[in-house]
Design a protein around this ligand. Sequence first.
Ligand code: CA
Length: 221
Amino acid sequence: MSRILIAEDDARIASFIEKGLRRSGYVTHVVADGVSAYELARGRDFDLLILDLGLPGHDGLTVLRKLRNARVTLPVIILTARDAVSDVVGGLESGADDYMSKPFAFDELLARVRLRLRLRREEPLDGFLLRVGDLVLDLRTRRVRAGNRVTDLSAREFALAEILMRNPDRVLSREQLLSQVWGFDYDPGSNIVDVYVRYLRRKIGAERVQTVRGVGYRLRV
Ligand code: CA
C-alpha cells in the first residue's frame, strides 16, 4: 500500500485531498508546515509527497530544494495558486515531478498520483540513476527513461548517453565522444559517432541531442 505525505496548511484542502486518497486506498499523513514536511519526507516512510508551496516554516520550494540537495528522490507533486507560472517553473526546476494548480479536480490529482507511483515502482534504487531533467539513465540496467518512455540501450548507446548526461549542456566534440566511448580503436574520420547519436535520438527523442555544426553534440537541458 502506498503512503502519501500531504504538506498543506489549509485544513480544508488538506482534508479534501486526504479523504479522496484514503477512499482510493492510500495511506496518508498530513503536515501543515514546511519543517515537518521536510523532516518526514527525508525518512523512508513515504512513497510520494504532495507539497503546497505556500507553507509556514519553510515554504514549499525550500522544502523541495532541501530534499533534492539531500538526494531524496521521493516523487513530489506541488500545489500552486492558479496561474502562478513562475511558481510552476521554479518548482519544476527545483526537482518537482509534477504540479497541480489550485483549485483542482480531485480526479486529476489522483491520476497524477497514480502515474508518479507507477513510474516510481519502475525505477530502481537510488544511487544508480543519472538524471538530467526528465531524462533518467539507470546505470545498472542500461535502461533510459525519457519522459514516460522507457527503453533499453545497447552498450555503446549507453556509454554515449552516459557521457552526454554527465556533461549536460556542454558541447562535446566527435573526437571526445569517439575516444571515450570507443577508445582509440577507431579512425577519427569515422562517422560512427554520428551513427550512434542517431540511434540514441530515436530512443530518447531527437530534440534532446543537439548537433553543434562542425564541432560535435550537446545534450539539451
Ligand atoms: Ca498554503
